[in-house]
Design a protein around this ligand. Structure first.
Ligand code: SF4
Ligand code: SF4
Length: 120
């Protein structure tokens, strides 16, 4: 009986599409609401620091003096608090995940020169 059920599974698998994907030749298509990684549109950011204060892991650092916004990718838990709290709606959650790495990485973004004069 068990041999018969195995043969059934075997035949079904022979004639059906594989459930796995030929990664990396076939790129992953993420579902619409995937929480991948945070991106900031620095043209719209006013460096108010609200996202940094709301972040539960302290992953975001805002330096008004240096006009920079930084995120520690490996501290971020993709909770989305910063996206919800941003008054300028310049933060967004992009679908692709942060690339794995051997070192903890912090991405630093600086406000474009012309925009930074308007922001302060
Ligand atoms: S809350 Fe928005 S506008 Fe304020 S510093 Fe963060 S990203 Fe910039
Ligand atoms: S998604 Fe959450 S953990 Fe990541 S930076 Fe935003 S508030 Fe912090």
């Amino acid at each position: 009986m068990s041999l018969f059920s195995f043969a059934k599974t075997e035949f079904r698998n022979l004639f059906s599409k594989p459930v796995t994907r030929l990664y990396p030749q076939e790129p992953r298509i993420y579902p619409e609401r995937t929480r991948g990684h945070i991106e900031n549109d620095m043209n719209a950011c006013i460096l108010c620091g609200l996202c940094s204060r709301k972040c539960p892991t302290g992953a975001i650092r805002v330096d008004r003096k240096e006009k920079s916004w930084a995120i520690s990718r490996f501290s971020c838990i993709q909770c989305g608090c910063c996206v919800e709290s941003c008054p300028k709606k310049c933060l967004s959650m992009k679908q692709a995940y942060t690339q794995p790495g051997a070192e903890k990485k912090t991405d630093v973004f600086t406000k474009p020169e012309a925009e930074s004069k308007n922001a302060s």
